[in-house]
Design a protein around this ligand. Structure first.
Ligand code: BMA
Length: 376
């Protein structure tokens, strides 16, 4: 009896030690990350076994047919629950504008980020920053832009000033107890596409890697921002080699992701593509001990009323990624253009979205809140 007890105690001790060692060694790339950020990092990994968190860009700010109604969300209107992940966007903060490029005032955004965080939601932030060389938009590439931004380049000082503004905003994100709100920051997203100035045909892999590394190093080591996890984020990719072509290295990335949109009616093609890319992403993340995520997805205006169960869930079947972030429900953008990626109340795919919600495979806020992702 005594021996058994002694053995059991030894076992518990060993388990305790290995857990502690894991918790201490498995740190995000920022070794000075705040406790909440470290817990989030561990819990994102732990939650991989439980399901995929559903995310939505600008969810609390507006939806189809409404803007800035306290507590409202198209996801909540349809399912009764908020998403588990909230995406926000910093474009134009670099210009000292009070609103981002999609018209969301930064002071309101701070409040929304706080509200989502206090509900146990996960926050991720993108940045469609202007072209620092030309002063035009992120979508207007010019040769030499990345080189100009790197140390020694003619726009390097300007780029640092822009990062200073990003740091001020990030440092203003605080929870009720005064703690910093952890953020998954995903700069230079869709980096293997050609539509942004940091895109594939506008810089070499080495330049992109340096840009990414400089950005992380500046925020983390110069500005001492310690509540970020960093996402490396491509668009669709043909194979793992392409995915990793511009990967800045394991010391610079916490989350590996890609963005994917369905553009036509080929549901089977979308399922095949997303499933293949998710498998490759999962391998990449596993080999490097990173968190895999579907950093953006969507089928614009969801023109297929059963797309959620016939296609989306099928594409994700059997895959373990942390979250899937649907892009924004901008609503009517002009007389001829409407943009949304999740159903609003009354939309033809709303009933099917409820089936997705009820399937239990996708986690909404009610499930993640119980997981206390910011605690051990
Ligand atoms: C795009 C569209 C644009 C928006 C941009 C940045 O995909 O939604 O309307 O300005 O993202 O959020």
């Amino acid at each position: 009896m005594y021996h058994n007890c002694q053995r059991f105690c030894c076992f518990l001790f060993a388990v305790g030690i290995s857990f502690m060692t894991l918790a201490q060694t498995d740190l995000p790339i920022d070794k000075k990350a705040t406790p909440e950020t470290i817990h989030l990092y561990h819990n994102l990994k732990k939650l991989l076994a439980k399901g995929i968190m559903f995310g939505h860009q600008d969810d609390l700010a507006y939806g189809v047919g409404w803007k800035y109604e306290t507590g409202r969300s198209d996801i909540k209107d349809v399912t009764g629950e908020y998403p588990a992940v909230y995406g926000w966007e910093l474009g134009r903060i670099e210009l000292d504008h009070t609103e981002n490029l999609d018209g969301v005032p930064f002071d309101k955004m701070k409040q929304f980020i706080h509200d989502g965080y206090e509900r146990g939601g996960v926050i991720t932030i993108s940045w469609h920053l202007n072209n620092p060389l030309t002063g035009k938009s992120a979508w207007e590439p010019a040769p030499g832009t990345v080189a100009a931004v790197l140390p020694g380049g003619e726009k390097h000082a300007l780029y640092k000033e822009w990062l200073d503004k990003v740091a001020v905003f990030l440092n203003s994100l605080k929870g009720d107890k005064g703690e910093f709100i952890p953020v998954i920051f995903r700069p230079f997203h869709e980096l293997n596409g050609n539509w942004f100035w940091w895109g594939k045909s506008h810089c070499t892999p080495e330049e992109l890697k340096k840009l990414y590394q400089f950005t992380v190093g500046y925020l983390r080591d110069e500005k001492q921002v310690h509540h970020l996890l960093y996402a490396y984020n491509t668009d669709r990719f043909a194979n793992t080699e392409e995915y990793l072509d511009r990967y800045p290295g394991n010391d610079w990335v916490d989350v590996t992701g890609f963005d994917i949109y369905q553009r036509g009616k080929d549901n089977a093609g979308f399922i095949k593509d997303i499933s293949r890319m998710l498998s490759e992403l999962e391998s990449v993340a596993k080999e490097r001990n990173k968190v895999p995520a579907l950093t953006e997805f969507g089928y614009g205006t969801v023109p297929d009323s059963t797309w959620w169960t016939s296609t989306f869930i099928k594409g994700l079947e059997g895959h373990h990624v942390s979250y899937a972030l649907a892009w924004r429900n901008a609503g009517s953008k002009s007389a001829t253009e409407t943009e949304f990626y999740v159903p609003y109340k009354g939309h033809a795919s709303a009933a099917d979205f409820i089936k997705l919600f009820q399937s239990g495979k996708i986690l909404f806020q009610n499930k993640t809140a119980k997981e206390y992702v910011y605690r051990q």
